[in-house]
Design a protein around this ligand. Structure first.
Ligand SMILES: Cc1cc2nc3c(=O)[nH]c(=O)nc-3n(C[C@H](O)[C@H](O)[C@H](O)COP(=O)(O)OP(=O)(O)OC[C@H]3O[C@@H](n4cnc5c(N)ncnc54)[C@H](O)[C@@H]3O)c2cc1C
Length: 280
């Protein structure tokens, strides 16, 4: 691993100032390090400085009525163990538990998962289905952006060069589910995953798919097919067809396009049923 200077600012302002003072590519941001350590080790990045977020006061978790705000550096294991998560946001609970192993989740963070913007991320599709918003802190202060706008493509985000993810806000508790297919749990990432959530305030469904490049995405055509609180089997079939027709499912070195397409129907049917929406 090449040598670098480790910088551990104590305040968010110091962290932003460090980023501003560094040329892009000269500095890498370190949260839990489960992605970055591999990148450094394999020479995919070679920064002169590594900016650790360890001392920043962002390991937070706040329920405010129905909404949940998760600090970007909170370890996923702490989120998973929250007493209310599984009951109020079962889809997010399942997505968090899908990330690697308990050991990985002791270090991995939600900010790192978004910052990595991997096509097979387990958190991004669920956050899309939950209409999550992301608080970004930069030289001009705070701004809020949707996950859909933040995650642009594989390893590409809308983060400015001196911006950090401060927190993720989920507006309301939602019946939701997250289902994935992979060969070996704990070791592999998903070949195909489906996230669904029903919004009680909008009385409508969200459907997101993930696992293939360039990024996890919402499928609005599938959402309109799932009309009503408890869509019947016919609606779920229509939604699965809509995913097949409108989601740009492709092959990569991990799975063929045909295999992924075959997974849509059973995953969606089971996810809608798990979220309390009838189905099968
Ligand atoms: C064995 C193993 C198994 C894994 N399995 C899965 C899996 O099943 N599903 C899955 O989704 N992921 C998986 N991962 C990937 C990884 O654990 C997750 O993406 C994790 O959430 C990354 O968080 P981190 O804090 O470790 O990120 P880090 O490695 O610290 O950071 C990753 C990137 O995000 C950026 N970043 C981090 N925090 C911020 C911030 N606050 N603001 C701005 N940018 C930031 C940095 O630029 C950095 O390059 C696995 C990793 C390993 C090693």
């Amino acid at each position: 691993m090449p040598e670098f200077e480790l910088v551990t600012p104590a305040t968010p302002d110091e962290a932003i100032a460090t980023l501003r003072a560094s040329a892009p590519g000269d500095v890498a941001v370190l949260a839990g390090g489960t992605d970055l350590a591999g990148d450094l080790d394999q020479g995919r990045v070679a920064p002169r400085r590594v900016l650790s977020l360890r001392r920043l006061p962002w390991r937070t978790l706040d329920w405010n009525g129905e909404s949940l705000t998760i600090g970007s550096t909170l370890p996923l294991r702490t989120l998973e163990l929250d007493a209310d998560l599984a009951r109020r946001l079962p889809g997010l609970y399942a997505a968090v538990r899908a990330v690697g192993s308990v050991t990985v989740r002791h270090r991995a963070t939600i900010g790192g998962n978004l910052g990595r913007a991997a096509p097979a991320s387990d958190l991004v599709p669920m956050l899309l289905a939950l209409d999550a918003e992301v608080e970004l802190l930069g030289p001009d202060g705070l701004r809020t952006i949707t996950v859909d706008r933040l995650v642009r493509a594989s390893r590409e985000t809308a983060l400015g060069p001196a911006e950090l993810i401060r927190a993720v806000r989920i507006p309301e508790a939602r019946p939701s589910a997250y289902l994935w297919q992979r060969v070996r749990p704990f070791h592999d990432i998903s070949h195909m995953a489906v996230a669904v959530a029903f919004s009680p305030s909008r009385r409508s469904w969200r459907v997101a798919v993930a696992g293939f490049p360039p990024r996890p995405l919402l499928v609005p055509e599938a959402e309109s097919a799932l009309a009503g609180t408890r869509p019947d089997l016919v609606s779920v079939e229509r939604a699965a067809e809509a995913v097949g027709r409108h989601a740009p499912i492709v092959a990569d070195r991990r799975a063929s396009e045909e295999y992924r397409r075959r997974l849509v129907r059973p995953l969606l049917r089971r996810a809608v049923a798990a979220a309390g929406g009838g189905g099968a």
